[in-house]
Design a protein around this ligand. Structure first.
Ligand code: G3H
Ligand code: ZN
Length: 288
């Protein structure tokens, strides 16, 4: 069964590792993430953006899909189903239909509204045992139509957000959605350390834009309190590359290679491998 992410991230924060939070887009990706986590004996978060959930057929369908796969695939590691970058209404909807974790992202709103709505989401989520992530500052770049300025989070605002009772906090520390530009100056560990301290030294912190951050920076971020790392773009890249290779080699033309089950297999396998590799990077292997 699905579990809330509160417990798994608390353990990660204490154990100085991070749980991978991988975005899904369809049945194949969902299976790939579950398989990668199971083979790594690692806790995992499967997340849907609002757009991806809509694409798949809605939030309720996503809950049923993940729950049914956990059963049919014999998944025994802890799995949380999380809404990624949710609007207020979407967060409430997900709480209602069975997501076990939600991100309410009010970072683009004025700060008071962000805090007020966060409080409300926390109350409704916690009443159902659902964990909550909120965001302060802004993640740069674009994801599924959501564009961020990339401004660093203000530690005082992080403290106020932490005080709403959220379970984990996403803060802009120079991280960017999508691939990183040539002239990227890296994560601001100074800001991260300040945020970790001012929020009490034990609140799990979330690193968005996990694709393309060098391993040393990932590990340093984890040592400073990052307990959840979001990965989306890299899964898309390896899926596309493996699928392209299959088609360019003409495999779709051999035998019944055009069968969608065959056509989608190399990309799916590539996502499994990436998930396993990132779980190793994040230190959550064998932490189930
Ligand atoms: O919310 C999702 C993530 O922050 C994904 O970032 O596409 O750069 O891996 P990414
Ligand atoms: Zn994000």
């Amino acid at each position: 069964a699905l579990v809330s992410a509160a417990e798994m991230l608390k353990k990660a924060r204490e154990g100085k590792y991070a749980v991978g939070a991988f975005n899904t887009n369809n049945l194949e990706w969902t299976k790939a993430i579950l398989q990668g986590a199971q083979e790594s004996n690692a806790p995992v978060m499967i997340q849907t953006s609002m757009g991806a959930a809509k694409y798949m057929g809605g939030y309720q369908l996503c809950v049923h899909m993940v729950e049914d796969l956990i059963e049919s695939m014999g998944i025994t590691v802890p799995v949380a189903l999380h809404l990624d970058h949710g609007e207020y209404e979407d967060a409430l909807k997900c709480i209602e239909v069975g997501y076990t974790s939600v991100m309410y992202d009010g970072s683009h709103l004025d700060f008071d509204t962000n805090i007020e709505q966060a409080k409300d989401v926390v109350a409704k989520a916690h009443a159902k045992g659902v964990s909550v992530e909120c965001e302060v500052g802004s993640i740069g770049g674009e994801e599924d139509g959501i564009i961020g300025s990339g401004e660093l989070a203000d530690p005082q605002e992080c403290k106020a957000m932490a005080d709403t009772g959220i379970d984990f906090l996403a803060a802009g520390i120079g991280n960017i959605h999508g691939s990183y530009p040539e002239n990227w100056t890296g994560l601001s560990f100074e800001t991260l350390a300040e945020i970790a301290e001012i929020t009490g030294g034990n609140l799990p912190l979330v690193l968005h834009g996990g694709s393309g951050i060098p391993l040393e920076q990932v590990q340093k971020a984890i040592s400073l309190g990052v307990s959840k790392i979001n990965v989306n773009t890299e899964c898309q890249e390896v899926f596309a590359a493996a699928t392209r290779k299959y088609i360019e080699e003409g495999k779709d033309l051999e035998g019944k290679g055009f069968d969608p089950r065959k056509l989608l297999a190399p990309g799916t396998e590539a996502v499994v491998e990436l998930v396993k590799q990132r779980i190793e990077w994040f230190g959550s292997k064998d932490k189930a």
